[in-house]
Design a protein around this ligand. Structure first.
Ligand code: 5GP
Length: 237
């Protein structure tokens, strides 16, 4: 599959068109960003680790019946995906309180949430991805009621699959962000699933194994991502 034009340059990935109008190539760069792009650094091997990690997770989700845009891994830093029409929405499920939830509601960091909670955010860096609700999505036509129902169903289904997968490997899936898009009339999981977009803690020590290491300047960012991959049995060169 040949790369054609640069379609989107995101904060950590570049997306290219291909010879096939239905397919795109996602290139995972080594760039690591936080705080809506205010902090950016190059971290060796991160693009490769996230590409391989994402491929592994997307395949697990497909096997569990979650439709994803993932088609195949092409090389160390690139994967072939379906060309979705993305909704400008981020879906977040939280099993444990942390991050913005703690700042917004003043609840204790590490508090177990039973049942898990769900939030929508608008994907807009200039506005710092504000939280939105179902009514905003309908009123501003960012999606339909059917999209809302499907996003909630699929995001919770992902939780069922991944919470167990990580726990079996000694990790707690604290929270994560998913993005969805349409392809030929159906909703698919798009974007990526990697330690850049979720929180993972060691189940025993609660050591952070995700992008909070970068956000909080804790160091050992890629080493933590590689440890997560290793524990799950993701093969890395
Ligand atoms: P929070 O709302 O606590 O900042 O984030 C909740 C979860 O969603 C975290 O796992 C965080 O990594 C992820 N998340 C939220 N917004 C973004 C985003 O814009 N980009 C990425 N990569 N992850 C996000």
């Amino acid at each position: 599959m040949n790369k054609r034009d640069e379609l989107i340059v995101g904060k950590a990935k570049t997306v290219y068109t291909t010879d096939d109008p239905d397919k795109m190539i996602m290139h995972f760069r080594n760039d690591t960003s936080a705080f809506d792009g205010e902090k950016i650094e190059q971290l060796d091997r991160k693009g490769m680790v996230n590409n391989r990690f994402n491929a592994f997770i997307m395949q697990k989700l497909e096997e569990a019946g979650v439709p994803t845009h993932f088609e195949s891994i092409l090389n160390d830093q690139e994967s072939l995906v379906k060309r979705l029409k993305m909704l400008p929405i981020e879906c977040v499920v939280r099993n444990i309180a942390s991050g913005s939830l703690v700042r917004r509601l003043g609840v204790e960091d590490g508090l177990e949430l039973n049942p898990p909670t769900f939030e929508f955010f608008l994907k807009n860096d200039d506005l710092h991805d504000p939280m939105i609700n179902d009514y905003h999505i309908i009123s501003f036509k960012w999606g339909t009621q059917e999209d809302i129902d499907a996003m909630k169903d699929l995001t919770f289904k992902v939780n069922d699959v991944l919470k167990k997968l990580f726990l079996d490997a000694g990790m707690l899936l604290v929270d994560y962000k998913l993005e969805f898009g349409h392809f030929k009339g159906k909703l698919y999981l798009g974007d990526e699933f990697s330690p850049d977009g979720c929180r993972l803690w060691d189940a025993e020590t609660r050591k952070k194994l995700d992008k909070d290491r970068f956000r909080q300047g804790l160091g050992g960012v890629v080493e933590a991502y590689e440890e997560v991959a290793h524990r799950l049995g993701v093969e890395l060169p």
